[in-house]
Ligand binder design. Structure first.
Ligand code: BGC
Length: 738
C-alpha cells in the first residue's frame, strides 16, 4: 500500500512544475487536492514538512487547540468538550470563560439518559445534532462520547457515560460517532481506559484480569474504533500495569493501534501526559492540557515546553528517538485534519436551532424511566387535581451549566417548575417551596448549609398538606460529590436531608411523586413509603418540558435503567471487597469483582436489587408470547434469530424495550448468569400485536480466554432469555452450538 502511495505521489510531483519564487522553493500542492486519496495527500504534506513542523502538530498551542502547519496552509485543530453539547469558549490559556456571546448552545441530555432509551436511532440523532452544532462553531473534534463502564454508583462521572453493560454502550456509541462524524467533526471517545472513578484519577493503578478488561471495559471502545470508525480517542488519567493510560504500550500500541487497527489520533486527557520518551513511544499523538501558567509568565511552563514539544524535538534531533516515531504521529494528525477542517465538502452545520432543541427534548423524554407507579397516580389526572405542591431544589435549578468538563452555556434550560407553570399554571394552583437546601463544600471541607433545614421542612409540610398532589424534585445536583467530575460521591444516601423529608411528606400526603435528577443510583431505603418514583436524569435544555410531558401522560415513558439500583452499597460488586477494590489502597486498586459488574454480580450472587438493570414501567402493559429460535443448532459463524410476539394489552400507545440475555450454564470458565446480547424497542398502539425478530450473532456469545488470549465460543448448550428487564425473564430457549 505504502509503495503504491509513494509511486502515485512521485507521479503527481513529476507533473507539477516545482520552481522557485524569489529564492523560495514552490510547494507541491498535492496535499490540497481532494481528488487524491487521503494517504497520498498525507505523504505529500509530510514530505514537505520540517522536523519542527511535525513536532508542532503533536502538542497544544492553547487550552483547546493544537497547531496546524501555517506555512503549508494546513489549519489548526480546534477541539471542544463535550459529550452533551459544545462547551462555551474559554480563554487561550485559562479555564475562565471567554465571555463571547455567540456560543450559547443546545444542551443535550446526559449520556445516561440516552443509554436509558436503548435506542440506536436516537443515538444517531444525538450525534448528528451535536456534530452540526460543533461544525457550526468551527470545531474539528468533539471531546466525547464517554463510554467508561459504570462500575460503582460512587463514580462522579457516571452521568457522562452509558451505563454498566458493555453491549448496550457498544451498540449506542457506534451510531453516535457515525452520525457525528458525517459533519466532518471527529468524535474523541473517552476515557480510554479503566477511568471508572474520580478518586485519585490522576494516579490510581488499576489491576484487572485480561478477561474483565476485554469483556467489560473495552468492548464499547472497540466498537467505537472498529464499527464507529472514530477519528480520535482520548487517553485516561489513571494507570494500567503501572503505566499512565495516555502513554500505555499495551492499551495504545498493542490493543488500539495494532489489534484494532485504529488509524486516528490519540489525544491525551488534559494534563494526562507525564514523560517525553513514554509519550513519544507509547502511543500518544497529541498532548493536551499539560500545566501552563499563562503564556506570558514563565517560559518554562509555556506550550513549547510540553513533553511532546521542545524535549521531543531535541530527542529526535539527537537521534534518541527515530524520526519515524514523529512521522507516524504527524500522519495521524494530518489524516484527522483532512477528514475534518480540510474537508471542503463538509456541511456547514447549524447551532441552537429549533430542530436541535426538539431532538434534545425527544431524547430526554425517551430516556425517562418510570420506576414505581402505585395506584396509577401517573399520569396525573387533571380532572381531579386542582392544587400541586412542587417541592425540592431541583424543581427550580438548571444542571447543564455544571458537572465539570461537560458543563455548558445553554441558550436555555427549562426547569421543571417553569415547564409546570407554563403548561398547567392556568389550570391548577401550583405552589413551590424549596424543601431542602443544598450547599457546596469547599476544598477545605464541608461548610454548614446556609439554610435552616427545619424551617424549610416545616414550610414544605404545610404546602404538601394543602395539595392534591406533591411533586418532589430531588436527587443529586452536580455539586461537588453529587455527580461532578473530579469528585466521587462520599455516600450512597441522598444528600441534604432528602430521605427524612420525603418520609414525612409521604405521611402527610399519599399522592407524592419523587422525581430523581441524577446520573447514578442512590439508596432509597424509604422506597416502600413513596408510591410513585421517576428517574428523570439530567435532561438538557428541555429537561423541564420532558419531565412534564411524562407526568401529564403526553409522553408514555419507555426508558429502562442502564444500570442496576442496588438496595445498599455493599450489594454492588465493586464495594464487596473493601478498600482494595474501591477506591484502592495507596493508589493501587484491584477490580476484585472481575467480570461480575452490575447485574452480572447481582444475578450471580443472588442479590435482589431495588430496581434491576433494564427495568422500567410504562402507562400501558405488554404481553410477551412464546419466543422461538429459527433453529436449535448453530455454528459460531451463524446468526440466530429469535422471534416472538409482543402485544400492547393496555389502553394507550407505548413502547417496550425487549431484551435478550445469553447464558452458558456449563462452560470451562465461570460465566455470568446472563449477559445482554440483543435488544429492540417496539412501538405499539393500544391492542396492537407485532411479531418481533432479534438477530443474535453467535460470535458475540464468546468469552475472552486468558489462556489463548482470544475470544472463544465454547460448543455446548446456551440459554437465550427474553425479558422485559434483567430480572423479569418472560421466555427461554435452549440452543446448541456445534
Ligand atoms: C476531562 C476530559 C475533558 C478535558 C478537557 C479533562 O479534565 O477529563 O473529559 O475533555 O478535561 O476539558
Amino acid at each position: 500500500m505504502k509503495k503504491k502511495i509513494l509511486r502515485s505521489l512521485s507521479c503527481t510531483i513529476a507533473f507539477c512544475a516545482i520552481g522557485t519564487l524569489n529564492g523560495y522553493a514552490q510547494l507541491n500542492k498535492t496535499y490540497l487536492d481532494e481528488s487524491q486519496p487521503i494517504e497520498v495527500r498525507i505523504e505529500s504534506a509530510l514530505s514537505q514538512m520540517t522536523l519542527e513542523e511535525k513536532v508542532a502538530l503533536c502538542h497544544a498551542q492553547s487550552k483547546f487547540s493544537s497547531k496546524g502547519v501555517p506555512r503549508l496552509g494546513i489549519p489548526e485543530v480546534w477541539m471542544n468538550d463535550g459529550p452533551f453539547g459544545v462547551r462555551a469558549e474559554v480563554l487561550w490559556d485559562d479555564w475562565a470563560v471567554a465571555n463571547v456571546t455567540n456560543d450559547s448552545c443546545t444542551a443535550f441530555p446526559a449520556l445516561t439518559c440516552l443509554a436509558a432509551s436503548f435506542d440506536p436511532e436516537l443515538a444517531a440523532m444525538y450525534g448528528k445534532a451535536l456534530g452540526e452544532e460543533a461544525r457550526y462553531r468551527n470545531k474539528s473534534v468533539i471531546l466525547g462520547p464517554g463510554v467508561n463502564i459504570y462500575r460503582t454508583p460512587f463514580n462522579g462521572r457516571n452521568f457522562e457515560y452509558m451505563g454498566e453493560d458493555p453491549f448496550l454502550a457498544a451498540t449506542l456509541v457506534v451510531p453516535y460517532i457515525q452520525s457525528l462524524q458525517q459533519n466532518g467533526v471527529a468524535a474523541c471517545v473517552k476515557h480510554y481506559a479503566l477511568n471508572n472513578q474520580e478518586v485519585w484519577r490522576d494516579s490510581v493503578n488499576v489491576q484487572i484480569s485480561d478477561r474483565a478488561l476485554h469483556e467489560i471495559y473495552l468492548p464499547a471502545f472497540k466498537a467505537a474504533v472498529e464499527k464507529g470508525k472514530t477519528w480520535a480517542l482520548m487517553g485516561a488519567y489513571n494507570r494500567y500495569k503501572y503505566e499512565f493510560c495516555c502513554h500505555n504500550d499495551i492499551l495504545l500500541n498493542k490493543i488500539l493501534k495494532l489489534d484494532w487497527k485504529f488509524d486516528g489520533v490519540v489525544v491525551s486527557d488534559w494534563n494526562g501526559t507525564h514523560n517525553t520518551r513514554e509519550a513519544a513511544l507509547k502511543g500518544l499523538d497529541i498532548e493536551m492540557g499539560t500545566f501552563t501558567d499563562g503564556m506570558s509568565k514563565t517560559e518554562i511552563n509555556a506550550y513549547n515546553n510540553y513533553y511532546l514539544a521542545s524535549d521531543f524535538l531535541r530527542m529526535l534531533k539527537d537521534g534518541e528517538i527515530d524520526e519515524e516515531v514523529v512521522n507516524d504521529k504527524a500522519r495521524r494528525i494530518l489524516r484527522l485534519i483532512f477528514r475534518t477542517v480540510m474537508n471542503t465538502k463538509r456541511p456547514f452545520g447549524s447551532f441552537a436551532s429549533p430542530e436541535h432543541f426538539a431532538i434534545s427534548r425527544h431524547i430526554a423524554e425517551s430516556g425517562i424511566v418510570l420506576l414505581k407507579n402505585q395506584n396509577n397516580l401517573l399520569p396525573l389526572d387533571f380532572a381531579k387535581i386542582k392544587t400541586i405542591a412542587v417541592i425540592g431544589e431541583n424543581a427550580d435549578r438548571i444542571h447543564s451549566n455544571a458537572g465539570g468538563a461537560s458543563k455548558l452555556k445553554a441558550k436555555y434550560e427549562i426547569t421543571p417548575l417553569q415547564a409546570l407553570t407554563k403548561r398547567w399554571g392556568d389550570k391548577v394552583k401550583i405552589t413551590y417551596t424549596r424543601g431542602y437546601g443544598s450547599y457546596t463544600p469547599t476544598f477545605e471541607g464541608v461548610i454548614p448549609s446556609p439554610y435552616n433545614a427545619d424551617s424549610l421542612k416545616n414550610e414544605a409540610l404545610k404546602v404538601a398538606a394543602n395539595a392534591d398532589v406533591v411533586l418532589f424534585f430531588g436527587g443529586l445536583n452536580k455539586n461537588r460529590h453529587q455527580d461532578n467530575e473530579g469528585f466521587d460521591r462520599q455516600s450512597y444516601d441522598l444528600p441534604y436531608g432528602q430521605p427524612e423529608l420525603l418520609i414525612e411528606l409521604a405521611k402527610i400526603n399519599k399522592n407524592i411523586v419523587f422525581i430523581i435528577a441524577s446520573g447514578t443510583a442512590t439508596a432509597l431505603p424509604f422506597e416502600k413509603d413513596i408510591p410513585t418514583i421517576v428517574q428523570g436524569w439530567y435532561g438538557g435544555s428541555e429537561a423541564g418540558n420532558a419531565i412534564v410531558s411524562v407526568l401529564s401522560g403526553e409522553v408514555n415513558p419507555s426508558g429502562k435503567l442502564p444500570f442496576s439500583y442496588p438496595k445498599k452499597l455493599e450489594d454492588c460488586g465493586a464495594h464487596a471487597f473493601g478498600e482494595i477494590a474501591y477506591p484502592g489502597i495507596k493508589n493501587d486498586q484491584k477490580y476484585m469483582e472481575d467480570i461480575l459488574v452490575g447485574y452480572r454480580w447481582l444475578d450471580t450472587k443472588k442479590i435482589k436489587p431495588l430496581y434491576a438493570f433494564g427495568y422500567g414501567m410504562s402507562y400501558t402493559t405488554f404481553k410477551y408470547r412464546k419466543a422461538t429460535t429459527d433453529r436449535k443448532e448453530y455454528t459460531v459463524a451463524d446468526t440466530a434469530t429469535l422471534t416472538f410476539t409482543l402485544t400492547n394489552t393496555g389502553e394507550r400507545e407505548g413502547a417496550e424495550i425487549a431484551q435478550v440475555y445469553i447464558s452458558q450454564p456449563k462452560a470451562s470458565v465461570m460465566r455470568p448468569v446472563k449477559e445482554l446480547k440483543g435488544f429492540t424497542k417496539v412501538k405499539l398502539q393500544a391492542g396492537e400485536t407485532k411479531t418481533v425478530k432479534i438477530q443474535l450473532p453467535v460470535k458475540e456469545w464468546a468469552f475472552y480466554s486468558e489462556t489463548s488470549q482470544s475470544w472463544v465460543v465454547e460448543p455446548g448448550e446456551f440459554v437465550i432469555s427474553l425479558g422485559a428487564s434483567s430480572d423479569d425473564i418472560k421466555h427461554k430457549c435452549v440452543v446448541t452450538i456445534k
